[in-house]
Design a binder for this molecule. Structure first.
Ligand SMILES: Cc1ncc(COP(=O)(O)O)c(C=O)c1O
Length: 441
């Protein structure tokens, strides 16, 4: 990178960063300019250990040469091809490869470009499914408190983080299951909590309130990521599946974070042995090298579209870049790596070591909870009075200064390192965090 590119951007910034305190950022910028394997480097060549796989997405580590080469080759061969009323082979190949990792029932794929688009696509497919079946009044969605399903109006409507919604006016009609964080019982628990409410009770209450015949679908993250790694109890998803079946509701899993090996199984559907009707992904799908998302759709739903009256286009939905050739090339190369290196299950081997390392922070003052599953974990810090989030930001800055990238949400530190991580790097993460948290105000 030349000197101008390294230093110029902040001189007269035109870029408005997403989900960022832009004014504070410009006072104290944090820049990354190159990456390889487990590390980023700052423009002044300081290595930063990646404790978050970028943003929960670079599961095979950075700048994998096989992926870079596949993208370059595809860019030279065919940069773009539309997928409206036309196609290209890669999009079919990738879909076939992907469904091999899914439960047999989820055997069709609709491509998007992000997790937000995947959420909105899944919600629209759910509504259109009911519409086609002659139940157009089924439009209500059930989300869950503290959920994050991206920032499109659909995903936002079913999301459960109030600050994400407060400025944006009326959204789609939705109701919400209670979140699953119970610190009175499960604080500092390791792995999945044994105890928790049966979601069937809350869902039954919601169904009584609105009528099942008005509800299109229930959407949950199997493990809530963005709100700070909030775990369901062991039986939660099975109970939720059964309750959805009882009331005739579709169930959508948002696996944008949990997909592609994060829990130590290929997907959360494997971890919990529960199959939803629709399953959304993005992030790890291409190892984040090119933006791409995918919605996996059950055979029953897909066939209902294909077997209705043939009026031409079955679903009036799609994106210019659905199945972009560069993203397909990156996705195929990423899958090769995941498969060859066993990365979709490697997390299971590392998880006990990771768990022990993260829970070693338990005794530090200001740490009020630690939660973990597979290769994701959260360390919740006590908030400063009247300054929610300040301690989290201080931790982010301090970790960055000490050579570690973490993610913070409010005062909770979230970790989700690339799945190629070695044990000594897990130790390094724990050591740096010891130092960071130990020195927080
Ligand atoms: C569970 C979940 N769904 C959806 C999204 C949105 O994905 P994107 O930022 O790619 O739109 C995210 C992003 O973190 C996520 O964690």
């Amino acid at each position: 990178m030349d000197e101008l590119t390294k230093t110029a951007p902040l001189a007269n910034p035109a870029c408005w960063l997403p989900f960022t305190a832009n004014r504070a950022f410009l006072q104290q910028p944090r820049l990354l300019s190159r990456a390889r394997g487990m590390y980023y480097w700052t423009p002044d060549e300081r290595p930063i250990l990646d404790g978050t796989a970028g943003l929960w997405c670079v599961n095979a580590g950075h700048c994998r040469p096989e992926i870079s080469a596949a993208i370059a080759q595809q860019a030279a061969e065919m940069d773009f091809a539309p997928t409206f009323q036309i196609g290209h082979p890669l999009v079919f190949t990738l879909a076939k490869r992907l469904i091999q990792w899914m439960p047999p029932a989820l055997n069709h794929v609709f491509f998007t470009n992000s997790g937000s688009e995947s959420a909105d696509t899944a919600l629209k497919i759910a509504r259109a499914y009911h519409f086609n079946r002659g139940e157009p009044e089924r439009t209500l969605f059930i989300g869950r408190e503290k959920a994050y399903h991206g920032v499109g109006f659909g995903g936002l409507s079913v999301g459960g983080l109030p600050r994400n919604k407060e400025a944006f006016g009326p959204l789609l009609e939705a109701d919400f299951l209670p979140h699953t964080l119970d610190q009175s019982r499960n604080r500092f628990g390791q792995g999945l909590p044994e105890w928790g409410e049966d979601p069937a009770l809350a869902l039954g209450e919601i169904v009584r309130r609105h009528g099942a015949e008005r509800i299109a679908a229930v959407i949950v993250e199997p493990v809530a990521g963005s709100a700070g790694v909030i775990l369901p109890h062991r039986d939660y998803l099975r109970q939720l599946r059964e309750a959805c079946d009882t009331h005739g509701l579709l169930l959508i899993f948002d696996e944008v974070i949990t997909g592609f090996g994060r829990l130590g199984t290929p997907f959360a559907t494997d971890y919990f042995s529960v199959t939803p009707d629709l399953l959304t992904t993005a992030k790890g799908l291409t190892n984040a090298a090119v933006p791409m998302g995918a919605v996996f759709v059950s055979d029953a739903i897909y066939q209902s579209f294909m077997q209705g009256n043939d009026r031409g286009i079955e679903l009036f939905h799609g994106y210019t870049y659905s199945g972009h050739p560069l993203a397909c090339a990156a996705g195929l190369a990423a899958l090769d790596i995941y498969e060859q290196e066993g990365l979709l299950t490697r997390g299971a081997e590392l998880a006990p070591y990771f768990e022990k390392a993260i829970h070693s922070l338990h005794e530090l003052p200001k740490v009020i909870d630690i939660r973990n599953i597979g290769m994701m974990a959260a360390i919740e810090l006590e908030s400063l009075p009247d300054a929610f989030g300040a301690r989290g930001m201080a931790a982010l800055q301090s970790a960055f200064d000490k050579g570690l990238l973490i993610r913070t949400t409010g005062d909770t530190i979230a970790l989700s390192p690339p799945l190629i991580i070695q044990r000594d790097m897990i130790d390094e993460i724990a050591d740096i965090l010891h130092n960071v948290i130990g020195n927080l105000r």
